[in-house]
Design a protein around this ligand. Sequence first.
Ligand SMILES: [Zn+2]
Ligand SMILES: [Zn+2]
Ligand SMILES: [Zn+2]
Ligand SMILES: [Zn+2]
Length: 557
Amino acid sequence: MNHSVIHAPETSLGLSSPESDVNNSPGKSPGTTTKPRGKIRRIVSLVLGGIGPTLVLIGFAAVFYFGHRNDWKIPKFAALTGSAEAVRTDWCEEHSVPESICVQCDPTLMPKGPDYRWCPEHGVHNCPLHHPDVAQLKETPTVLASDLERAARALAIAPRKENNSACAVYETRIQFASVESVKQAGVDVELVERHPIVESISGSGEIVYDPTRLASLASRLPGSVWMVQKNVGDKVAKGELLAVIDAPEVGNLKSNLLRSLAEEKLQQQNVSRLTQAREVIAGSLILDAEAALAKAQADVLNAEQSLRNLGLPVQVDSLRSMSDRQVLDSLRLLGIPDEIRSQLDSQTATTNLLPIVSPIDGAISKRTVAPGEVVDPTRILFQVADTRQMWLTLSVPLESMDQLAVGQSVRFQADGSRHEVQGQLDWISTAADKQTRMVQIRAVLPNSDGHLRSETFGRGQVILRNEPDAIVIPKGSSHWEGCCQVVFVRDKSYFDSPESFKVFHVRSVRLGATNGNYTEVISGVLPGEVIATVGSDVLRAQLLKNNLGAGCDCVAE
Ligand SMILES: [Zn+2]
Ligand SMILES: [Zn+2]
Ligand SMILES: [Zn+2]
Ligand SMILES: [Zn+2]
């Protein structure tokens, strides 16, 4: 209600005068020089210093526009002395609009909608999720059950910045004199939309082989490397030959088996012979022979098992029906695949050959052996990795532990790669790093296309929420007012006619996650509403000014 009506002599004046006035005294509004309003006014001037000229322009534009529209006398300005002396009629200094249309000063001009006050569930005033009629839309929108569920998820997953339930800022309306003055203030608007929002916890990560799918292979016996079949990077199938070791112990074990088989045969014949002569010999002789046979059979089993322990697939039953010569041929190249056998002269080849085969499907990730080298069981010759599945280890902040759970979806992008891989969180460390206060978590990532490589680094995300239809506003279009996060919602009747009030409603909002240029609104606005985006700082400044004037302390915090 602060009127600044200053009468000045009517002199001729160009329309450029207001601008030159602005240039002469930047940062000051017309009222300041002629009618200071004490301490609060000065504070406002200081605070608004940066945008002072803009507000001045708004003021002038408003006066001119309003004057034209209502066929009034155009206000005259005296620039002769260089001081700003304006003729002002019908002007609300506090709200920067003509007094006759100032809805803040005279709310009956534009009755306020219902006041539903604080929503404890969503932490906003006039919660549109519960009271969609507060939306600045021509028709009351329908709030879907999925909207309420999404808001509940968003509030459950992480602590969100709290608004002050006692804050009265949401009752404020910010008015412009005209559409032109909104444009001149540089205020731009955008629709509240639906857009996918992903909320995640990210951290730097490293890819390693899945140790449960990693085989380190050594020779099971000492010997020398007779042949190497595979190189680093070669794909191998389970059971495929990697190398052949010449191990004398293998020859010995085969000899043992041969000898045991011969002994078993001998004792078998002995028992048969004695049994046929049962009538004429002592029973104890038969018992002794049977004991000797049992021992020979045990020796065969032992010899067979010793070879099997080396991975040599010996079939004793079939050997028993063979001639000695056939048995020798069968054992000589035991375990050596046919394609290698064909390269060897089976009559003269050593019987010491011990094949090393891959125990899994995978690829050779390490090879530390060359033909001719002497090896023993303590030395790792090959590492075979099944790379169809890899481990991702991520370091995430200790504070995020409450939000993590095994089974959550994890995304990873290796440095320098555009390929994103998705897997599942399957382990969370029970300890944090002493220095960094980071916690290690692990995900298993599928890698059938081979994009992931061991010991590479990148960024990983644990997906907490993946909301395809979140309610979003442009990032940066909401403001923290000391105790409330607010947006400026354009009145639904804004464009009804030139006379309709050019009003933005202050609405408290609760923000969720931000992805790129989109910020999720948990509650506070609904899709289709129009909010100030670019230049909304002008509205913020006006809000600050209004509330300082009204003595609202929370805004100044
Ligand atoms: Zn007013
Ligand atoms: Zn609510
Ligand atoms: Zn307040
Ligand atoms: Zn407040």
